[in-house]
Design a protein around this ligand. Structure first.
Ligand SMILES: C[S@@+](CC[C@H](N)C(=O)[O-])C[C@H]1O[C@@H](n2cnc3c(N)ncnc32)[C@H](O)[C@@H]1O
Length: 290
C-alpha cells in the first residue's frame, strides 16, 4: 500500500524556500499551500517578500554590534508577516535582538502571539496599542534601531515617524498608506485658497485634493525627517507595482539636522494654508522660525 505522507516532506520543498526557513510560517502566510507547493501567485508574493527583506537586511547588517542585539518595531503590523519573515530569515539565526509588532486589532495581536509561540520565535513581542500610544509604552525599550511601517493606515505613518524620533531610530522604513488629514485641511480652506493663489487649482477637484494631499503629506514627512537629522531616500517598492501605495521612504540617521528643510516645510505649510498642522504633526519645529 502506498504510504500516505502525514508530515511535510522537506525533500519536496520548492527551490525558492531557503534552508532553515520555517515552512509552517510560509503556510501561515499562504505563500506555501497546505501540501507545501508554490503556485504562480504565491511565487510572486514570495519574491516580493524577499525583496523587502533584502532591503531591510542590509540596514540590519549596518547596525553596530550591541549586547542585546538589534531592535525593530513594526507599526500597523497587521498579521505581522513582515516581522515574522525578518525574524525567520535574520533574527532567528542571530540568536539575539527583538522584534516588536504594534497593532490596534486585538485579534491580530493574539493570533501573532500564538503563531510566534508555535514557531518558537521567542524574541517577538506584540503590543495591542496604537502607534501613538506605543511611544509611552513601558514594554518597549528607550531606543529602537529600526522602525518599519508598511501601509500603516492614515496618520499612523506620521505617528511612526514621531515614535522613531523619540526612540532615536537609526533607520526608518516607511511605505505610507492614504492619509486623509492633510486633504481634509486642504478642503477646509479651499474657497479661500482659490481666491488667494492659482496653485489652489491643484486641489480644486475632490480627486485632486486626495492626490495632492497624499503627495504633499509625503513631501512634508521627508522634510520633517531631514530637519531632524535624517538623510532621506524616496524610491519605489519594486515588486509592489500592483499596489497604488508603493512609495518607499527610507530615512537614515546622520545627526545633521537640515535647517533649510525646516524652513521649506514651514514655507510649504504657509503656501498651502496648512499652518494648523505644525504644532501637532511637526512638534519638533515649534519655535523654529522659517
Ligand atoms: C493595511 S494594514 C497593513 C498591515 C501590514 N503592515 C502589511 O503590510 O501587511 C494596516 C494595519 O495597521 C493597523 N493600524 C491602523 N492604524 C493603526 C494605529 N494608529 N496604530 C496601530 N495599528 C494601526 C490596522 O489595524 C491594520 O492591521
Amino acid at each position: 500500500m502506498k504510504k500516505k505522507p502525514s508530515t511535510f516532506d522537506s525533500q519536496a520543498l520548492p527551490p525558492e524556500v531557503r534552508p532553515g526557513q520555517s515552512v509552517e510560517l510560509l503556510k501561515q502566510l499562504h505563500i506555501l499551500t497546505r501540501d507545501g507547493k508554490l503556485n504562480q501567485d504565491s511565487r510572486r508574493k514570495l519574491k516580493q517578500v524577499y525583496h523587502l527583506f533584502q532591503f531591510i537586511e542590509k540596514l540590519l547588517l549596518e547596525l553596530p554590534a550591541s549586547d542585546q542585539g538589534p531592535t525593530l518595531a513594526d507599526h500597523g503590523a497587521g498579521k505581522s508577516y513582515l516581522g515574522f519573515i525578518i525574524y525567520d530569515l535574520f533574527f532567528k539565526a542571530l540568536g539575539q535582538g527583538t522584534i516588536y509588532g504594534i497593532e490596534t486589532r486585538s485579534e491580530l495581536v493574539e493570533s501573532s502571539r500564538q503563531l510566534a509561540e508555535r514557531l518558537g520565535f521567542e524574541r517577538m513581542r506584540f503590543l495591542n496599542v496604537s502607534v501613538a500610544e506605543s511611544t509611552q509604552s513601558t514594554e518597549l525599550p528607550e531606543q529602537i534601531d529600526v522602525v518599519t511601517a508598511l501601509h500603516a493606515c492614515d496618520t499612523a505613518t506620521d505617528d511612526a515617524i514621531a515614535f522613531g524620533l523619540q526612540k532615536k531610530a537609526k533607520y526608518m522604513v516607511l511605505v505610507p498608506c492614504c492619509q486623509a488629514e492633510l486633504a481634509r485641511a486642504l478642503n477646509q480652506h479651499k474657497a479661500l485658497n482659490l481666491q488667494r493663489t492659482p496653485l489652489a487649482e491643484l486641489w480644486r477637484h475632490p480627486l485632486h485634493t486626495r492626490e495632492v494631499g497624499s503627495q504633499l503629506t509625503n513631501v512634508l514627512r521627508c522634510l520633517y525627517l531631514e530637519s531632524q537629522g535624517y538623510a532621506v531616500t524616496v524610491t519605489e517598492l519594486v515588486g509592489w507595482e500592483h499596489s497604488m501605495k508603493n512609495e518607499l521612504i527610507l530615512a537614515k540617521y546622520t545627526g545633521q539636522k537640515k535647517r533649510s528643510a525646516a524652513e521649506r516645510l514651514q514655507a510649504l505649510l504657509k503656501e498651502f494654508g496648512l499652518e494648523t498642522l505644525l504644532s501637532h504633526r511637526y512638534p519638533a519645529l515649534n519655535g523654529v522660525s522659517a
